[in-house]
Write a protein of this length. Structure first.
Length: 137
């Protein structure tokens, strides 16, 4: 895949951002260790939380810049502030792990389905529960 000028600039900017965050996380990690040695547990825990969050930011930036990862969609949202976003293209395994493995039932909706594009459905009763079944034609 050939990168355009704006993609190269974006990658360069994220590379610089990544190095700054990485350096700050290292320094905070050192500070956290010093606070812990001094017995300032509460402050050390707060610093540890910042380091964890910085690690999550670095992971997101790395995922965003990865050309080999075809399992995630990437985009930048700009409202009041810019946000770097990634999301898995296939969410089945994630839903199985964090939702369906923990509950008996769930209702999922999609903003992309409209009455014009949805297949015809009719209500059906099944063991006292209400569900939708596709119309057989």
């Amino acid at each position: 895949m050939r990168l355009g000028l704006w993609e190269k600039r974006l990658a360069r900017g994220f590379g610089f951002f990544r190095s700054c965050i990485g350096e700050a996380a290292e320094r905070l990690g050192t500070l956290g260790g010093e606070l812990e040695k001094r017995g300032e547990e509460r402050s050390a825990k707060r610093v540890e939380g910042f380091c964890t969050r910085m690690g999550e930011i670095l992971k997101t930036v790395d995922m965003f810049l990865s050309e080999s990862d075809r399992d995630h969609a990437r985009w930048i949202e700009k409202r009041k502030e810019a946000a770097v976003c990634t999301a898995p293209v296939e969410i089945g395994p994630t839903l199985k792990e964090i939702l369906f493995g923990r509950v008996k039932s769930a209702v999922l909706t999609s903003a992309t389905v409209s009455p014009e594009t949805a297949p015809p459905m009719r209500p059906a009763s099944h063991r006292g529960r209400f569900r939708w079944r596709e119309n057989e034609t």
